[in-house]
Design a protein around this ligand. Sequence first.
Ligand SMILES: Cc1cc2nc3c(=O)[nH]c(=O)nc-3n(C[C@H](O)[C@H](O)[C@H](O)COP(=O)(O)O)c2cc1C
Length: 253
Amino acid sequence: MQDVTHLLQSHRSIRTFKDIPIEQSIVEELICSGQAAATSSFIQACTVIQVSKGAKREKIAELAGNQNYVKKAPVFLVFCADMHRHQLACEMHKVPMKSGYTEQLLTASIDCALFAQNVVIAAEALGLGICYIGGIRNDIAAVSSLLDLPDLAFPVFGLCLGYPDQNPEVKPRLPLSLTLKQNSYSQHKTLNEADKDDIAALEAYDQQIREYYKSRTSAQKEMSWTEQISGMLQKEARPHMMDFLQGKGFMKR
Ligand SMILES: Cc1cc2nc3c(=O)[nH]c(=O)nc-3n(C[C@H](O)[C@H](O)[C@H](O)COP(=O)(O)O)c2cc1C
């Protein structure tokens, strides 16, 4: 048990990999570990597309904002939320599929995240390093057509895998008081009082993150967590997403 919690709490994203290939049998073992994750109503709505090195991978790296490690990682996987085969299941039984529900978008995306995180833990247990790549959603339509994704399927994120060629420090997470609440969000206080406690905890965490960035060996920056988040939230968040998802047959009701 301690080994497992130690492994989980030692996670850090890896963006530089050794030029050592990963055996395909290991990739398949990782995918089997992903498949073993719990899945909403047994829908098994995740399909993984392994993209080998070459022109297609390079195009995806470029579309993801020129993330070089997407190009260079020994293995690159794209996790797709996929309800296409559910349509096939309905056709096999000659029943019309009721699709387009926002609930189905949620369940398929949740399935993908659980599947992927199982892959990640299995990979890290084998000494591999990983980096999720949400950047593939910058131009989700282009990535989808590169991968020939049918309606009712879309790429949720990519994942770089390889043997680490760097050893970054673990990034401190939010304090427990902010992420574990007892019985109600404000824990029997008014929301205003609870927010004051949370702001005090955020200020302490900001200090910790500022020190983390300052002391970190690579890519020094001086920024607190709330600065980082408030900066990010001044920008639009991939505003093309709703139209794209509706075009793929999701989020219509
Ligand atoms: C869904 C998802 C998408 C992400 N997308 C990217 C990405 O496109 N590029 C990148 O360098 N890191 C990406 N990350 C990694 C996060 O930046 C990283 O997990 C976070 O900063 C915490 O750092 P740590 O993983 O080292 O603890 C992503 C993480 C997740 C979970």
